[in-house]
Design a protein around this ligand. Structure first.
Ligand code: UDX
Length: 446
């Protein structure tokens, strides 16, 4: 089967390479010349474990190509996937759909008869129908089919998530004939996932669009709930690790996404919660839980910055803080909506000197952080002479550091671990003053 993927960004590259690995002939359309050159040369302009190797392998197998020209690619394709960005529109919580609609217009201009048009970008409910409307009004003569196939990839685990998904959600138009053609094609495309259990879930287009937003918003809410429970533990003497373990063993709750941290970030949760809240308000069915989640997450980042400033007391202007981690989570160079982008400017504004290190995200962070922050070569270099060590991302290489590594290089003895990568006990025994999340700091170490 020949398919075209519009967009050589994160979702387009991962989906395109994985579908090629499933056996399809995939052409990825990338309009940016510099990015296209990179991709054609087998280089991937973003950090995702395993992606470059998979792309190279599929290119060599002749199943994956990159081009700027949509028309010839579409001519031979049975399906086209729209995998372009849907950023938050400035000043509103709306998803900016201009790239999606531009892709729909380009498809309309060049589509062969019987083409299946699949929306893979995360889009608000109603977008699939709008894409169909664009195609219908631009090419009234054209027979085409529409589907929604939202992506649930986690950055850092994307290939595995695609190859071994919990489920593949497919939304189809309700006209019976259209639906059956789309269904047959998508079942063939995802055939390697069919056994041993059928992971393809078919539903209406609106349901598929909403499922993506609902799943992300629910997870964002779960993280935010854990953060609030962590605060409550700190205030009352509970321990969040025990509370979430006790909660998570109930299969109705589950243990995942209950680790407290400095607030959720990334390219999806903040954008999708905003877009869901905005669509819901617009539809006359506002979601109070999601609106509160958004506000609570924003407030958390600021509150944690204030807590760090309070820990330094009036010494903050003489304080050097070593910051380990800038990306919104480990295994990615993505700093979009990362807690570091809120917390570090507040520490800087309070007068602290910042020395930061991240194994992947420093280049991306530099233009977004205050100019006079210094960037270290590695974690130990960042810690040199520092009064406080602050963990903002749970990179395994930070977790591997011990008090014996840090003690000789740091000046002070204050550790603020907002990712629970270390054990309080180990550090307190070594003479450090250790602050984590989710337990009363005066409590005996455990
Ligand atoms: C998320 C969804 O998991 C994925 O299904 C969707 O397709 C895109 O959005 P991603 O943004 O890659 O994926 O990150 P994820 O691993 O889900 O983490 C999201 C945020 O929540 C991160 O900031 C992370 O640090 C935070 N988080 C997650 C916690 O603070 N605690 C947790 O227990 C889990």
């Amino acid at each position: 089967m020949h398919i075209t993927m519009i967009g050589g960004g994160y979702v387009g590259l991962v989906s395109g390479a994985c579908l090629a690995a499933f056996g399809a002939n995939v052409t990825i359309i990338e309009r940016d010349t510099q990015r296209l050159d990179c991709l054609q040369a087998g280089q991937v302009p973003l950090y995702e474990p395993g992606l470059e190797a998979l792309i190279t392998q599929q290119q060599q197998a002749g199943r994956l190509t990159f081009t700027q020209d949509l028309a010839p690619a579409l001519r031979d394709s049975q399906a086209v996937f729209i995998a372009v960005g849907t950023p938050t529109r400035r000043g509103s919580g709306h998803a900016d759909l201009s790239y999606v609609y531009a892709a729909a217009r380009m498809i309309a201009a060049h589509a062969p008869d019987n083409l299946l048009v699949v929306t893979k970008s995360t889009v608000p409910v109603g977008t699939g129908r709008q894409v169909a409307h664009i195609l219908r009004t631009t090419r009234p003569d054209l027979t085409f089919h529409i589907a929604s196939n939202p992506e649930f990839l986690r950055e850092g685990h994307a290939i595995n998530d695609f190859m071994q998904p919990d489920r593949v959600i497919i939304g189809l138009e309700d006209e019976a004939q259209t639906a059956s053609h789309a269904r047959t094609l998508l079942e063939a495309l995802y055939a390697p996932l069919h056994t041993p259990q059928n992971r393809l879930i078919f539903m209406g287009i609106e349901s598929a669009e909403l499922t993506k937003y609902a799943a992300n918003a629910f997870l964002a809410m779960k993280v935010t709930f854990a953060n609030e429970m962590a605060d409550l533990c700190e205030a009352t003497g509970g321990h969040i690790a025990d509370v979430t373990r006790g909660m998570g063993l109930d299969p109705r709750i589950g243990p995942a996404f209950l680790t407290p941290g400095p607030g959720y970030g990334g390219s999806c949760f903040p954008k999708d919660t905003q877009a869901l809240a905005t669509s819901a308000r617009q539809a006359g069915a506002p979601t109070q839980l999601i609106e509160t989640t958004i506000a609570a997450n924003e407030a958390r980042k600021r509150r944690l910055a204030e807590r760090i400033i309070a820990l330094a007391g009036h010494n903050i202007t003489h304080y050097t803080i070593a910051v380990l981690g800038l990306s919104f989570k480990a295994h990615t160079d993505d700093i979009r909506q990362a807690p570091a982008l809120t917390i570090l400017p507040l520490l800087h504004e309070a007068g602290a000197t910042l020395r930061v290190y991240d194994p992947q995200a420093m280049n991306a962070a530099r233009p977004l952080l205050p100019h006079d922050i210094s960037y270290a070569r590695n974690a130990l270099h960042a810690a040199e002479g520092a009064d406080m060590l602050l963990i903002l991302t749970e990179w395994p290489e930070f977790a591997a550091l011990s008090p014996a590594d840090i003690a000789p290089t740091m000046k002070g003895r204050l550790i603020v671990d907002y990712r629970q990568i270390w054990h309080q006990n180990d550090w307190q025994k070594a003479g450090f003053n250790y602050h984590g999340l989710g337990y009363k700091m005066a409590e005996e170490p455990r």
